[in-house]
Design a binder for this molecule. Structure first.
Ligand code: GLP
Length: 224
């Protein structure tokens, strides 16, 4: 695991954007795994400004809530359009979201990840196995509580979601994980320093050969 500690979120987002831009320029048909969450918003803003050609790029989102319509303001379909897809020249037929009906997803070349405070990646909650695949998952109460900030009321947060499994994430050639802020420092410590365990799904990434963690000083404060 290659750990890059940057001054602040701004610098982290620029670093991640540069990696992504370079990959797209090297391979215009890149298959890019994408994440949602507040960490990703400045990244998508930065990428939009880089004038990249997405016409042959394929994107695969990590996860989506079950039971929300695509145009629901809290769906990840909506999030992706609002912050990214509406601004780039991606071909709609090259946009994928997990759904168990999909028989075969293209293999991901570069996967972008955020991390939940409980160590989840995508919606692979604590307890997810390294060989878990695309599936329906039950969200932990902790995740529902944290994500209720977007929904207003806890009862409105779906109880289930679809997520790519750890297996599909690990099959990506390259992975970058972004985490900023003090509230991520404990989970970053567990991810990097504690023993590799299903209980902290992000720690499983240490078994991958090409993972770059981009974290700011606040998220890195427990690493010393
Ligand atoms: C959600 C998403 C994850 C994301 C996580 C962190 O639950 N399903 O893919 O990494 O939240 O979100 P944030 O960046 O808002 O902290």
């Amino acid at each position: 695991m290659n750990v890059i500690i940057v001054k602040n979120k701004d610098e982290g987002v620029k670093k991640a954007s540069s990696i992504i831009s370079k990959e797209i320029k090297n391979n215009p048909k890149l298959v890019l795994g994408l994440a949602t969450g507040s960490t990703m918003i400045p990244l998508y803003t930065e990428l939009r400004g880089r004038n990249l050609d997405f016409s042959n790029v394929t994107t695969i989102n990590l996860d989506e809530y079950l039971g929300l319509k695509e145009n629901d303001k809290n769906s990840y379909h909506y999030f992706m359009k609002k912050y990214f897809f509406n601004y780039i020249n991606i071909n709609k037929k090259n946009i994928f979201f997990p759904n168990p009906q999909i028989k075969k997803l293209p293999k991901i070349n570069l996967q972008v990840l955020g991390i939940g405070v409980n160590g989840h990646i995508g919606f692979n909650e604590p307890g997810s196995k390294i060989n878990s695949k695309l599936r329906k998952v039950k969200l932990s109460e902790n995740t529902r509580r944290i994500n209720s900030r977007f929904f207003g009321l806890l009862e409105k947060v779906p109880k289930y979601a679809y997520t790519l499994g750890i297996k599909e994430i690990m099959q990506s050639n390259k992975i970058i994980l972004l985490a900023f802020g003090r509230n991520k420092s404990e989970v970053i410590r567990k991810t990097v320093k504690d023993k590799i365990s299903n209980e902290v799904p992000a720690s499983l990434l240490r078994k991958h050969k090409n993972v770059t963690l981009i974290i700011d000083k606040s998220a890195a404060r427990k690493l010393k």
